[in-house]
Design a protein around this ligand. Structure first.
Ligand SMILES: [Zn+2]
Ligand SMILES: [Zn+2]
Ligand SMILES: [Zn+2]
Length: 82
């Protein structure tokens, strides 16, 4: 199964990864994977892999904070407790 190589920001407090861009595709060289260059364009098999595997995350910067989603969730929780 092919994998996308993504660059993004790592939020070190919660460990989440914020993807900025996909820089490359790691080809699995399988003729049974529709994402691979080895896969035939005329192949009609429904059993071939259609999706990417888990993305490979490259941290281009690390921030000592929570990500936006986690901060919004914390904010909601704070407001709900009142
Ligand atoms: Zn593949
Ligand atoms: Zn196929
Ligand atoms: Zn987070």
């Amino acid at each position: 199964m092919c994998q996308q190589i993504a660059q993004g920001t790592r939020w070190s407090r919660c460990g989440h990864f914020q993807r900025h861009l996909v820089t490359a595709i790691l080809d699995c060289n399988s003729g049974r994977c529709e994402r691979s260059y080895q896969h035939s364009r005329i192949c009609r098999l429904s059993t071939c892999v259609k999706n990417f595997g888990g993305e490979i995350q490259q941290d281009i910067d690390t921030l000592d904070d929570y990500c936006f989603a986690c901060r919004a969730a914390q904010e909601r929780a704070r407001r709900g407790r009142r």
